[in-house]
Write a protein that binds this ligand. Sequence first.
Ligand code: TRP
Length: 453
Amino acid sequence: MTTNSIHGMWSSRLMFILAASGSAVGLGNIWRFPYVAGENGGGAFVMVYLVCIFLIGIPIMVSEIIIGRSARKSPINAMAAAASKSAVSMKWQLVGWMGVVAGFMILSFYAVIAGWVLSYVFQLGSGVFTDSSSELAEGIFSNFVGNVWEVLAWFTIFLVSTILITARGVSSGLEVAVKYLMPILFCLLIALVIYSATTSGHFMEGANFLFSLNFEKLTWNSILVAMGQAFFTLSLGMGAIMAYGAYMPKDASVIGTATTIALMDTGVALMSGLVIFPLVFANGLESAAGPGLMFITLPLAFGQMAGGQLFGCIFFVLVAFAAITSAISLIEPAIAWIVEKQKTSRHTAALTVGGCVWLLGLGSVFSTNIWSDVFIFDDMTFLDSMDYFTNNIILPLGGIFIAVFAGWVLSNKILDNELMHDGRYYPIWKFLCRFIAPVGVSVVFIMALLQGK
Ligand code: TRP
């Protein structure tokens, strides 16, 4: 069995945890979780999301790590290697291909939202939000996203930074970002929760919205969205964690590591919700405001607090870093594959991938301005459609394949070897992977399809 990857290795188990949490914690937690929870009625949605994290997400994360680590190659080649070692069809590597395509699609809109975040660093720093009203904050947001050149410029800056970091390799750069910036982000979020709890006057209303179960609002489509959010937030279903798993040291418990990552990620998402919803209610905003939610509530709050201009600016800088450590993992599978296949340098590979993502991303750049009335599915713009299609369809589908592959196909020799530090959790993982994850995802798919939107 190979022990090292040609792309380099994480220096320790902790480094893997940091890198994988860097991938998991991102816009999905701070921007997407609150707004999809808001659009889908809160409490019951959040519960379904949590169930999906634990019963489906963690087992699939473990599967991705096992497959990646046993092969020490990019997801496409890791799937091929694992299939050949288990003596099954090489078609399984199509799962790796699907993941590469999904990564391009996700990054193409992810980088646009991250561009919004970058621009907000400067908007907050400039003090335009000081003592602003909700109308003003809403106005600033819609003016900004309506300006095609500005959105394009910030999107490009974000994507170029991602490409530059990725080109340098997995450990330099990334290690620093996750080791120092993530803990600071965590602390700032805690401070914001406390601020929201003590000053908004609507903390309980916000907490109730997030945690009280009202099942009337729960449709099969919102269950699908909750499940999609669980995949998205844990970076599952497209090989990102598989790619990172390939650089993970051998002597670490896989299930324990995956659970740690999932708990951290969930903690950040719930905290973001606890910051944002009290502010929504305190300022008479709409909980179902959609993708702009974070860009309106947070600047408002920073505008009202002492020192908010500085804190707001720092907060958005940290969110931008969280986004970049996630963005890197979205293209790592493609880049690692190109390096393995073409024997080209990481630089060339990163540049090629970046160029493709930039072109595709133009559709999302235009979605809030010149193409704001171009709808692809139903009433969804290009950006919304990319987001909906990747998160709710491709990732869960990739997840089913990965779970079935790890649970039913992968040889016992590989499993025993990879899970030797996991003792009594091994059978539980196997059960969830074989039955609960594939059946759960399939049922949600079928019901959502039957029920329509
Ligand atoms: N999990 C990241 C977030 O929450 C986004 C992300 C990074 C991702 N890599 C991924 C999502 C792979 C799906 C698949 O912001």
